[in-house]
Write a protein that binds this ligand. Sequence first.
Ligand code: GDP
Length: 194
Amino acid sequence: MIGKKFTFIKSATGIRDFPPIELPHLAFAGRSNVGKSSLINKLANTKKLAKVSQTPGKTRLLNIFNVDDRFLLVDLPGYGYAKVSKEMQKQWRKMIEDYLITTKDIMILVFLIDSRHEPQKKDRELYEFLVYNDIEFIIAATKTDKLSKNQLNKNLAVLRKEFKVPDYRFYPVSSKTGEGIKELEDYLKLTIDN
Ligand code: GDP
């Protein structure tokens, strides 16, 4: 668990719509269906903080939670949902990028990538944006339980090569089996409290 009391504050339409609360941010970003809600719920030790759904692309706002008056947990909208118009995708992208640039000095970002797939275009775009803007991030490679050990190791090697972060910022995780969650939690707690 990364906190005790999770209080929903609001769903914001963008960075300008944020409440004036001076706490560090812990933000989560990833493609639709990457397992973001499941990971947030796992870290919060609840089933219902973030909505897990079979319909990707539903979250369009930045959902903000106050955690123990210690930090704000920010659930960014899942991007890259194919059934949404180009215009809408552009708006979401701008909303996410504005948020990341504006908060970069007070924010820890968990960038979720599905361990089952080759690096995807949308993930590369976010990666390049982060590197270009000098925004640090932690990678959570999700759904590790869905692959054999062998295949997982192969895929993780490909991801590590493409999305370069130091080892202590790369976490293969499964929200289903709990694999890797403790390691990620420990790192997040340490970073938030510093
Ligand atoms: P989001 O759209 O990124 O918030 O993704 P969700 O958390 O809603 O998950 C999308 C789908 O993947 C759901 O059917 C989840 O049950 C499933 N899922 C999420 N994480 C895992 C995981 O670690 N292992 C497995 N096997 N399934 C997962």
